[in-house]
Design a protein around this ligand. Sequence first.
Ligand code: FES
Ligand code: FES
Length: 155
Amino acid sequence: MTINGVRRTAEVEDRTLLVTALRDHFNLTGTHIGCDTAQCGACSVRLNGKVIKSCSIFAMQAEDCELESIEGVAPDDRTLHPMQVAFTQTLGLQCGYCTPGMVMLALDLVHENPDPDRETVVRSLSGNLCRCTGYEGIVSAILLGAKMMREQKEG
Ligand code: FES
Ligand code: FES
């Protein structure tokens, strides 16, 4: 498959989950495993442009797909993506365990709707769990990140 713009290959067992392949075969450990049962969203990545829970499909199902993980979000090693900056500015993270999945979810939402209202953001979070923040900071981060992305686009 193509991961963050680079063609990558690995040999995996039929039963290997996509999240396991990302972490163990491609060393992309920014994608976290919280539940392994498609409930928490910590393992969210974008596959062919849509956010998915990477513990919910087998690696083989992603063959020849385009995958974007949290490692591919920032433009370079020294610069955060505006959505990542927004999470740091609004207390959108504490332990950070849910954060990669939250950022991938947020980017998917903003891709579909560049100017989401608060209710839309709250609704979009229904499949992603955070045990630390109480969600307020995450909602604020996504709204701020969307605004910063719009401003960046407008130049
Ligand atoms: S680890 Fe995939 S949804 Fe929790
Ligand atoms: S910041 Fe700790 S789980 Fe969300």
